[in-house]
Design a protein around this ligand. Structure first.
Ligand code: AMP
Length: 437
């Protein structure tokens, strides 16, 4: 038997029409385009500008400090080597965007840089509902301001996207992580608290207790969550300035009418986060409830070799999760691309030749034009025009060709008229415009 091929588990094809795969609905390419258009439009309202970075990045950019080919790289990322270079398929875009910002001296454009992106990311996770190996993120970064207004702006950007879709049922969780010194102090306090319970912890949490105890706070384990209730709170270890920053941010969100819930155990896993951390959750997503999240990352630029500190704050959100939330709240998106404006039906070889050339002329004039590519009968061509949903057909046979006229048929009413070739574009345009209004 011949070998057949399937897409890699944890990835999916986006087709002209929606379909179901592994119990999940995959939206049509038209719906993806529509969603991306809304994201772009909302980002433009904030005067955020798009940045596109490569999908391939040097592994060291993502796995700084943890050492190459450690657990994180081999288990959570798609990484490989060619010669002396270590490559990774980007698992996120914050580090790539900051790399580009530093590399191209974007600070020299002046002012605060507001950048947004839309694109695929890759994580070597166990695929499950809402969790893929290739998924898509949109996100925004505000680089060059340490003011809490920048944090509020980022949160406003993120929430505006969901509002633009009419999505309202979601929770914004908010916390402050303090400055560079806060977390080491808190980490020690957490370790001191959990060590006596080490035997009760899951294997993962026991390992994290020594390597990254803050991640224990994300635990879903019931017993560990009970232990958390008595655990020390990050806020007690946060410096004065960060507390003031947090208070101002909460005030600003209040001014914007953006509701939030303070979550003292919300920490973003990565070391370069400072001060603000947030996550947006939907009650409709089941176990993978995070629509998106983000925070302030004032330490990242220095980690990437910048001599100057570069204050920055950003968010990243999953587009697959956005689709799940849209479906759950009954927001409909276009199911397929629009039909052709006109379908050319030709009878006989000569007419078919004329139609083939005429199609190019109509397309050059901006009309969505389709025609038969298989030399089929007139009846089959009419059927195809109907199937594609073309509002108008343009019918040409030998007689019409001789008279240099085409029959324009309005499919809905069946109404037909003869139009001289030289008037075709003008008349079709008028009819299409009238049909659209
Ligand atoms: P993170 O950087 O992990 O906070 O990811 C930001 C957002 O991307 C999450 O809130 C999810 O919406 C989405 N996301 C992250 N990982 C995946 C994945 N494996 N599959 C689908 N979406 C994801």
């Amino acid at each position: 038997m011949k070998k057949t091929f399937r897409n890699i588990t944890g990835t999916f094809d986006i087709l002209p029409e929606k379909y179901r795969a592994d119990g999940t609905e995959i939206a049509s390419s038209a719906a993806w385009q529509a969603v991306e258009a809304v994201i772009r439009e909302v980002m433009a309202r904030f005067h955020a500008q798009e940045i596109r970075t490569p999908i391939l990045e040097p592994t060291e950019l993502i796995a700084r400090g943890v050492g190459l080919l450690t657990d994180i790289v081999s288990k959570e990322m798609f990484a490989f080597e060619r010669g002396d270079t270590h490559y990774v398929l980007r698992p996120e875009l914050t580090a790539p965007v900051m790399r580009a910002y530093l590399q191209h001296h974007l600070d020299q454009r002046g002012g605060v840089q507001k950048l947004y992106y839309i694109g695929p990311c890759f994580r070597a996770e166990r695929p499950q509902k809402g969790r893929y190996r290739q998924f898509h993120q949109f996100g925004g970064e505000v680089i060059g301001s340490e003011d809490p207004r920048a944090d509020a702006e980022v949160i406003a950007m993120m929430t505006a996207v969901y509002r633009a879709f009419g999505l309202t049922e979601m929770t914004l969780r908010l916390n402050t992580l303090g400055d560079e010194g806060s977390r080491p102090r808190y980490r020690e306090a957490l370790q001191a608290y959990f060590r006596p319970y080490a035997a009760d912890l899951s294997e993962t949490s026991r390992r994290r207790l020594e390597t990254n105890p803050l991640r224990i706070l994300d635990t879903k384990d019931e017993r560990e969550r009970r232990l958390l209730a008595e655990a020390p709170r990050l806020i007690e270890y946060v410096d004065e300035e960060s507390r003031a920053h947090y208070e101002t941010l909460k005030g600003l969100l209040g001014d914007l009418g953006i509701p939030f819930l303070e979550d003292p155990f919300l920490v973003r896993g990565l070391d370069y986060y400072t001060r603000t951390a947030f996550e947006l959750e939907s009650p409709h997503l089941g176990a993978q409830s995070a629509l998106g999240g983000g925070g302030r990352y004032d330490l990242l630029a220095r980690e990437l070799g910048s001599k100057k500190p570069v204050p920055a704050v950003g968010f990243a959100a999953g587009i697959e999760r956005l689709f799940m939330a849209l479906a759950a709240q009954g927001v409909t998106m276009p199911e397929a691309a629009p039909p052709p404006d006109v379908f050319l039906v030709a009878l006989g070889d000569e007419a078919a030749r004329w139609a083939f050339a005429e199609a190019q002329r109509l397309r050059d004039e901006g009309l969505r034009t389709a025609l038969d590519l298989r030399g089929r009968s007139m009846k089959a061509q009419m059927r195809e025009a109907n199937r594609q949903g073309a509002p108008f057909t343009l019918i040409v046979g030998k007689d019409e060709l001789e008279r240099r006229q085409a029959v324009v048929k309005e499919m809905a009413s069946g109404e037909q008229s003869e139009v001289p070739f030289e008037d075709l574009i003008r008349i079709l345009r008028d009819k299409i415009a009238a049909g659209a209004s």
